[in-house]
Design a protein around this ligand. Structure first.
Ligand SMILES: [Zn+2]
Length: 273
């Protein structure tokens, strides 16, 4: 057996872990001390909401993107993999909903959570720079998560996302359950009454992240959006599409700064030769 085969996780073993996440994560609701039915209701409501917004948004972006001329990878030769994208996105939204069910359960059972709607309750204006620092910290984690998923040991959990070599709107959230868990776990912070999140900014950031991720995978370029994002060092469709075409460069998720700091952008790789 080659060293790559022994070091990497087998497909069967990886699939077992993936299914353990899909089934085990919602079952953590059985650990709720009371109102367990409310937890499972929250799971279903959350899943319906995410399916409508994220999966539905992905489908819309796919419908739009597949009709564009001048796609980044040229005229599509193979299938746009719509059924696969719908299934993979739904599974990853199921994982997200299993996490979201915890803050929902706490809120619906009258327990305090970390979401507040006035800036005063959030601790005053200081909450804004604190939140932005939190965004940077989470994005650094997302970059390193992505790098880790590209190691031989863990690539089995990320291979499914690279099935979409020429991505569309339904590829953005089409990640395996383990990757979904590693991406969406920060939603659990909202459960903690001391981890204060100022609602208007928090929801603006969540919606912004969803829209950005849909754009990153849309398969084409919108000049004005590229021009708006680049000065903020935010990832773009042109930049991220290169990661799907060549999985060894451009690992950035929200901000491209991590690629520049760690010299993993396509330009850095080209300069090194
Ligand atoms: Zn990747």
């Amino acid at each position: 057996m080659s060293s790559s085969a022994t070091m990497g996780m087998s497909k069967q073993k990886a699939q077992l872990v993936e299914w353990a996440v899909v089934i085990g994560l919602p079952l953590t609701g059985l650990l709720a001390p009371d109102h367990r039915g409310t937890f499972f209701l929250a799971l279903l409501v959350g899943f319906a909401g995410l399916s409508l917004t994220v999966t539905g948004g992905g489908a819309l972006v796919t419908w739009w993107g597949e009709r564009r001329v001048g796609r980044l990878q040229g005229v599509r030769r193979g299938s746009p993999n719509v059924a696969e994208g719908l299934w993979d996105t739904s599974v990853s939204m199921w994982v997200a909903a299993s996490l979201l069910a915890w803050p929902l359960w706490r809120s619906w059972t009258g327990r305090p959570i970390g979401l507040v709607w006035s800036l005063d309750e959030a601790g005053g204006w200081i909450a804004i720079p604190q939140t932005l620092l939190g965004v940077l910290a989470i994005d650094a984690w997302l970059y390193w998560k992505h790098r880790l998923l590209h190691t031989r040991l863990l690539f089995a959990f990320h291979r499914g996302h690279h099935f979409y070599r020429d991505p569309n709107g339904l590829s953005g959230f089409a990640v395996g359950p383990v990757e979904a868990l590693l991406t969406f776990w920060p939603v659990l912070f909202v459960s903690h009454p001391k981890a204060l999140h100022w609602g208007p900014l928090y929801f603006a950031l969540v919606v912004g992240f969803i829209l950005l991720n849909l754009y990153l995978h849309c398969g084409s370029e919108i000049t004005i959006v590229e021009r708006l994002l680049r000065p903020f060092r935010l990832n773009t469709s042109v930049y991220h599409n290169r990661h799907h075409a060549n999985a060894e460069v451009n690992y950035a998720e929200a901000f491209t700064i991590w690629d520049h700091l760690c010299k993993t952008s396509e330009r850095d790789r080209a300069e090194r030769g």
